[in-house]
Design a protein around this ligand. Structure first.
Ligand SMILES: Cc1cc2nc3c(=O)[nH]c(=O)nc-3n(C[C@H](O)[C@H](O)[C@H](O)COP(=O)(O)OP(=O)(O)OC[C@H]3O[C@@H](n4cnc5c(N)ncnc54)[C@H](O)[C@@H]3O)c2cc1C
Length: 382
């Protein structure tokens, strides 16, 4: 009845299913345990008629023409240069830290002098990790690095990852950039924005194909059994390809222990007023227990509404309890070794493929995920 089975209807599963159905003519069954498609990119209207992102704000951004044109078959876009500000003291300053931020945190004469120094040292348009700035001999440049470290990086990272300052690896610190430019955009990608009528309709169109059947509210363990003898679907041996985008540890009853993740508690609030913060995303980098507030109407461009809905994000350690969602894989050697034990078990199942952030225990942006899904599906076309 089916040539291939895809578990999970997030961007990994949906792109893989469409590619298999369309380019290889395969009959594909998509199994999704939630009662909706879209995975964590899912959006929907709240009770006040405001389009919200239920699993955290998502902005699509890419330089990959192939991915952008593939997704553009299923949606028009509301494209914009995504900007983020950080609340530091009583100011909202652009992040990543750039030459405009410099003008906001120092008085003009000093800011002009520092900007000249940064341009002379690193060149206009460059992107310098703060670790590199901190190594500079010039005390002015070190002062900027120290400001960024203390006011933009440290507390935010501690909240996000639940770490103490001494536990934060210098590698992570080193990646925080300072932009030697007046570009306030958070991403520098060519295309950035959101689907004009939302992510969920984009997924609906992607999965709307005569060769694709979607079963919602179905956990793969309801219909599938995996063993070294192969895959059994509804009690019978299944000979086709199976792509799994769910958590790899759950597939094997977490027999070696759970893979650690950070989770997030999303607290939504609605206000009967035009605007709450006037920005799509405000990061709280020195105060508060939440990491950021997103005001959806500034992200989605929605205008047919008087009120406004926001979401606050509170990070916490994922325990696997009912209702918790694993969001960010915690990448270190120990966890990677644990992942590889599960990966070795999966490798023993014939025609079984791991794909996606949960199955690969890895952070992916949407565009990279879509690309990887297309590549895997194309490799299975024969
Ligand atoms: C807070 C947050 C914000 C983000 N913002 C951005 C952003 O702005 N831009 C960007 O490019 N990326 C962003 N990302 C990353 C983006 O969410 C991922 O790239 C994307 O969700 C990965 O898709 P996926 O299909 O691998 O996983 P998911 O979206 O998690 O989909 C997996 C699906 O599999 C289903 N599933 C799991 N187990 C089973 C099972 N046993 N049986 C049946 N179904 C199952 C799940 O219910 C889920 O629907 C963000 C991530 C987070 C956490």
């Amino acid at each position: 009845m089916y040539d291939s089975i895809v578990i999970g209807a997030g961007i990994a599963g949906a792109v893989a299913a469409r590619t298999l159905a369309e380019e290889a003519g395969k009959k594909v069954l998509v199994i999704e345990r939630r009662n909706h498609i879209g995975g964590n990119c899912y959006d929907a209207f709240d009770q006040n008629g405001i389009l919200i992102h239920e699993y955290g704000p998502h902005i699509f951004h890419t330089n990959m023409e192939e991915v952008f044109s593939f997704l553009s078959r299923f949606t028009e876009w509301y494209l914009f240069g995504h900007e983020v500000v950080a609340k530091v003291g009583d100011k909202l300053i652009p992040v990543p830290f750039n030459l405009n931020t410099l003008q906001m945190v120092y008085e003009k004469k000093k800011a002009d002098r520092l900007a000249e120094k940064l341009i002379a040292e690193y060149g206009e348009g460059s992107r310098v990790p703060i670790m590199k700035l901190r190594e500079n001999e010039d005390p002015d440049i070190r002062e900027i690095a120290q400001f960024v470290y203390e006011n933009i990086f440290l507390k935010y990272t501690m909240k996000q990852w639940g770490q103490k300052p001494e536990e934060i690896s210098p590698e992570v610190t080193g990646r925080v950039p300072v932009l030697i430019s007046h570009d306030n955009r958070y991403f520098q990608d060519r295309y950035q924005g959101v689907p004009k009528d939302g992510f969920t309709p984009m997924f609906e169109r992607m999965l709307d194909h005569e060769n694709i059947e979607v079963r919602l509210s179905t956990d793969c363990s309801d219909v599938l059994r995996f063993s070294d003898q192969g895959v059994f679907f509804e009690g019978e041996r299944f000979e086709g390809d199976v792509i799994y985008t769910g958590p790899i540890d759950e597939l094997f009853e977490c027999r070696f222990g759970r893979l650690p993740y950070r989770s997030l508690n999303f607290v939504f609030e609605h206000f009967d007023r035009e605007s709450y913060q006037g920005h799509s995303v405000v990061n709280y980098t020195v105060s508060e227990e939440f990491t950021r507030i997103t005001e959806f109407k500034y992200l989605t461009g929605q205008q047919d509404t008087d009120g406004t809905t926001i979401v606050k994000e509170y990070p916490f350690a994922y325990t696997g309890a009912e209702g918790e969602i694993p969001y960010y894989a915690i990448l270190n050697e120990e966890n990677q070794a644990l992942y590889e034990k599960y990966q070795a078990l999966a490798a023993g199942i014939k025609r079984f493929y791991l794909l996606g952030r949960l199955a690969e225990y890895k952070y992916y942006n949407m565009d990279a995920m879509a690309k990887k899904a297309m590549e895997l599906a194309r490799s299975l076309k024969k």
